[in-house]
Design a protein around this ligand. Structure first.
Ligand code: AHM
Ligand code: MG
Length: 355
């Protein structure tokens, strides 16, 4: 080779190996602005948390005191698992001394967690569920982490996170999840499409797998805990009877939201966690479970609703507000909504005829 000749580099394959998460975030901004740098750094830290959790999960069966319960009960009244606690601590520790995130809120903490040394400059809040579906951990099945990033509004001088209770989830700057399955996958959006990354363990990096993921308009999967059938109100039972009686539907439910949603994102269908007699607002929490997933699925062209209003329009009454969730392919979600509309119409007719 003479000096003037350039080495021939197979561009496609090299690019694929080199599009790391932080580079991708910067590309989304098309600039090196402070905001772009901050969000790239935040996503990089979330990715680090994901790598630490994935490593711990892969070894959990070999280490003492990693599986099982701690004996404590969290603010939701649920028994805390050791992995829940570990993963919660990981998210906190990766943001310490980062200057990026002043406040964090998670499923495992009663109140907002402040990192005072970050607060003078860190204008972002991280909302997260460190391990979602943690009942799967002890039996070595898939689990996930869910996250959302919001800009802090006001100075929060009272330390109550009032701004979070005055705004809806359309204010999310970024949202996504990490799925710990056979491979570790990170999927995120910053309001410009949905993108997925696979963790390459040999590089220790999340590498771009697919950009601008579009959820199928319609799919065959319905994903719900049918054990709650008699606890749901009638429209959900009508929907379930409908899918039982029509060809082309198949049930898939893992007990871990992230895996179930990932399947639907890639293959189409609908996930439902409606209210039950005991829990009229369902089980899932808004700010770190249903809202991030709703933002992401809508970015992929899907739909997310409580059955009465879009998830993204809800203003929470408290940090751990719960919402029913119907999410997935637009046509499937609309089908569920049509059963809800029928019930509402019937109820109005009955009320009218009794008046
Ligand atoms: P968790 O955050 O305490 O793990 O609870 C959320 C999980 C979701 O991942 C899953 O969809 C749901 O709870 C399963 O609940 P159920 O066992 O009632 O079907
Ligand atoms: Mg959860």
């Amino acid at each position: 080779m003479t000096n003037t000749q350039q080495p021939v580099i197979p561009e496609m394959s090299l690019d694929r190996d080199c599009t790391t998460l932080s580079r991708h975030v910067l590309q989304q901004f098309e600039s090196f602005s402070t905001e772009a740098q901050d969000l790239s750094a935040i996503m990089n830290r979330i990715a680090l948390a994901g790598k630490l959790i994935a490593r711990r999960l892969s070894r959990a069966g070999l280490m003492a005191n990693t599986l099982g319960f701690t004996g404590d009960v969290n603010v939701q009244g649920e028994s805390v698992k050791r992995m829940d606690l570990y993963a919660n601590d990981v998210f906190i520790s990766v943001f310490k001394q980062s200057g990026l995130v002043c406040r964090l809120a998670s499923e495992e903490m009663d109140n907002l967690y402040y990192i005072p040394e970050n607060c003078p400059i860190g204008r972002y809040t991280l909302l997260f569920d460190p391990i979602d579906g943690s009942s799967n951990v002890d039996i070595n099945l898939n689990v996930g982490s869910i996250f959302a990033i919001r800009q802090q509004v006001g100075n929060d001088s009272e330390g109550e996170g009032r701004d979070l209770l005055e705004t809806n989830a359309r204010e999310q700057v970024a949202a996504g999840y990490i799925l710990y399955g056979p491979a570790t996958v990170l999927v995120y959006t910053m309001g410009k499409g949905v993108h997925s990354f696979f963790l390459d363990p040999s590089l220790g990096e999340f590498i771009l797998a697919e950009e601008n993921i579009q959820i199928p308009e319609k799919g065959s999967i319905y994903s719900t805990n049918e054990g709650n059938f008699w606890q749901w109100e009638e429209s959900y039972r009508d929907f379930t009877r409908y899918v039982h009686r029509h060809e082309g539907y198949t049930a898939r439910y893992s007990g871990a939201l992230v895996g179930d949603i990932h399947r639907i994102l890639m293959q189409g269908g609908v996930f439902l966690y409606p209210g039950t007699v005991k829990k009229p607002q369902g089980k899932l929490r808004l700010i770190y479970e249903t809202a991030p997933l709703a933002f992401l699925v809508e970015q992929a062209g899907g739909r997310a609703t409580t059955g009465e209003e879009p998830i993204l329009d809800i203003i929470p009454s408290e940090l751990h507000t719960r919402t029913p969730l119907i999410i997935g392919s637009t046509e499937n979600v609309k089908l569920v909504e049509s059963f809800i509309e029928d019930r509402v119409r019937r109820e109005k007719e009955t009320a009218g005829s009794q008046a």
